[in-house]
Design a protein around this ligand. Structure first.
Ligand code: BGC
Length: 387
């Protein structure tokens, strides 16, 4: 059966997302702002900074140029209460210790590359195996662990943090010097946009994303199983035991992966299903039902008790939906909160995992003289809370 049209998809969403006129009090004269402070020192003595972007309505995010990590993200619920919806740490030290990519920019290649190698023009490139046999999220020292150059830009109705990093030829095994820019823009229309831009001096592969873990009840407030999610995808990429795509684009119809109508994340997360068992829950790339070239609505999530919601729009063909199955409560985050299993979810907009080894998938190859461009928008919304 063909997937729903855009219109049917929106209609299906209406009961969950009967969007409220926000009841927060907005000071018409208020303006957005950016402030900067020191976040901490890296082992090599360099200083990481923390940039605090605020929009005129009071939505606020704090981002460090270490890993481009989104440290806090405060959004409104239906009653006008702000909560920090991003998992993470209060200090730089938290991010310097091992953690599962909280809030970070992921590069050069978001997600997995099978057997940690790929071949371009007859040359085989070998990457570090940091996930069993495979390479995950750019390797041992990916973009999440780099100190990025930072500057800010203020536009009419928006605040932007521009981060840049030059990855040397051969870094983590990848060919080509990669000039990378990531722009984070918080706007007065309550959207947060991420623009990725890269160029290379040798043929290479690129797949950049952001690894924020959301909990729309507020970070540290239990699991995310009651959140209702709708994903605009009629197919997904099933995986083998090592979470590498088999190459198939499988219809979601009749599987626990069918989120074309809103459903509780927890409803089928432990279903008797081979793919669910392999991911220990959801840890899969969805093939988005895109329309056109530009930003297309990929997902909508509503937390029913607060009415706090999020839409994800992207130019990418895929999105990894990961339900924090490997979180185990051992990390202590902001406010001394523990992060148990499934206490956050990620919506990682991306090209499909292992594309460099899957000729039928959309290509992740970047050639000299060409530009890699990708954009994702998180739109903060509210819906009538369910009691
Ligand atoms: C992957 C998970 C992994 C997590 C943290 C996600 O993007 O899909 O398998 O455990 O990142 O590393």
């Amino acid at each position: 059966m063909a997937g729903p049209t855009r219109r049917q998809w929106f209609q299906a969403a209406l009961p969950a997302a009967a969007l409220l006129a926000s009841c927060k009090s907005v000071d018409k004269g208020a303006r957005g702002s950016v402030t900067v402070q020191e976040f901490g020192k890296l082992p090599n003595g360099e200083t990481a900074q923390l940039f605090i972007l605020k929009n005129r309505n009071g939505i606020e995010t704090a981002i460090t140029n270490y890993g481009g990590i989104i440290v806090t993200l405060k959004t409104y619920d239906a009653r006008g209460l702000l909560a920090d919806v991003a998992l993470g740490f209060e200090t730089l030290d938290g991010y310097l210790r091992p953690h599962p990519y909280f809030g970070a920019i992921i590069g050069r290649y978001g997600n997995r590359i099978g057997k940690a190698r790929f071949t371009l023009d007859g040359v085989t490139y070998t990457l570090a195996k940091n996930d069993g046999e495979n390479s995950l999220h750019g390797g041992v020292e990916g973009f999440d662990k780099k100190l990025w150059k930072a500057r800010t830009e203020a536009g009419p109705g928006s605040q932007t943090l521009v981060l840049s990093y030059t990855s040397p030829d051969g870094e983590e095994g990848y060919p080509g010097t990669l000039q990378t820019e990531v722009r984070y823009t918080l706007s007065d229309d309550d959207s947060f946009r991420i623009d990725y831009l890269a160029t290379t001096d040798k043929k290479t592969v690129v797949n950049l994303t952001n690894h924020t873990y959301f909990n729309l009840k507020g970070q540290g407030n239990g699991d995310i199983l009651d959140h209702e999610i709708q994903i605009n995808a009629s197919r997904f990429t099933p995986v083998d035991e090592g979470l590498i795509p088999t190459g198939e684009l499988r219809p979601v119809e009749g599987t626990p992966f069918d989120f074309r109508k809103p459903a509780r994340i927890g409803a089928r997360i432990d279903a008797d299903d081979e793919q669910i068992r392999r991911g220990r829950g959801y840890d899969h790339n969805f093939v988005l039902d895109r329309e056109g070239e530009g930003l297309s609505l990929a997902a909508r999530v509503i937390e029913p008790s607060t009415g706090r919601g999020l839409e994800v729009w992207t130019t990418e063909p895929g999105m990894q939906f990961y339900t924090g199955n490997f979180l185990d409560g051992s990390l202590v985050g902001k406010g001394g909160k523990a992060y148990p299993r499934r206490s956050g979810f990620c919506l990682e907009t991306q090209h499909f995992p292992d594309s460099p080894n899957q000729p039928a998938f959309p290509s992740t190859v970047l050639e000299p003289g060409k530009e890699y461009r990708s954009a994702t928008v998180w739109k903060f919304i509210t819906a009538q809370p369910k009691k």
